[in-house]
Design a protein around this ligand. Sequence first.
Ligand code: SAH
Length: 347
Amino acid sequence: MKQDIKSMTREEIAQCLRDMGEPAFRAGQVFSWLHRGVRSFDEMTNISKALRERLTETFELYAPQVARKQVSAKDGTIKYLWRLSDGHCVESVLMRYHHGNTVCISSEVGCAMGCAFCASTKGGLVRRLRPSEMLDQVLFTQIDSGVPVSNIVLMGIGEPLDNYEAVRKFLTLVNCPEGMNIGMRHISLSTCGKVDGIDRLAEENLQLTLSISLHAPDDAVRTSIMPINRRYDVEELIKACRRYYEKTGRRISFEYAMIDGVNDTPQMAALLIRRLKGLPSHVNLIPLNRIEESPLKPSTRQAVMAFQKALEDAGITATVRRTLGSDIDASCGQLRKKYEKTNGTNS
Ligand code: SAH
């Protein structure tokens, strides 16, 4: 099988080119062409035809196709459904914030985590993405939209820490000064709470923002909506967050989807406050997005406001997330699911 060149680091490409008898500067040329989104080696016009042919024979180079594109009339949010080389599809969302244009990318096709409220996991995990397939989502979102991307969130389909090696390599690629050059401080990684992965990431001491999908401070409630809680309970998870903070000095971000009558009571707010004591954190309250496959409903506005006030009164920064792209199925997994249904594919 041919090697996927876009999943290779600059150093790995340099090594291969050296083995092919090429001068050192070629690696930089090839790497920067790849990270400008060429669709074939023939577009690398400062490289000889002979070498372009050899590269074509040696390596695989693929660019995703736009299977669907939806632009929000309300706020300019753009949702892409990308068709990958094997026909499977994943989603990315481009959001315009004041602090920069952010693309939310997927790390897997489907997801194995089984959270009760999430559309991405309903068909299980199909496969994990390669580094190049994550990079392409950022690259081609920027190319297709013409909007320069400054921030990345790994909050689309999939569990990034379930695809650790590929995600780690993607971070190296997208961070490379000769590529997209997106700084770690402009990247967030969201996990449902895989403690082993959190510890591994802490060891790398990257300056990215770790985002934890907590959704409940109580084990019984959290286990009922998030199966991962059986493996790593809330206490273990928060302890891992403390270790992450001690190692990296980075404030932890907690995602909390507000679900009517499930996790939005004053008792839950009080328990959450106790759990987060002494840990620099930011809680993001997200009114649940209803999905067809689940009876869970979003909390009332009053419940969300009261919950936020309780946290703020206890000195915890809590924001209520603005919903972007609600007219275009912009939340995770919704577009892919619809596309599958109407096209009868197993993508
Ligand atoms: N697997 C990772 C990455 C997915 S990120 C994780 O769990 O963090 C997507 C975020 O959206 C997570 O916080 C997830 O819990 C949340 N989410 C999924 N479905 C949702 C829904 N219907 N309403 C609100 N938030 C949802």
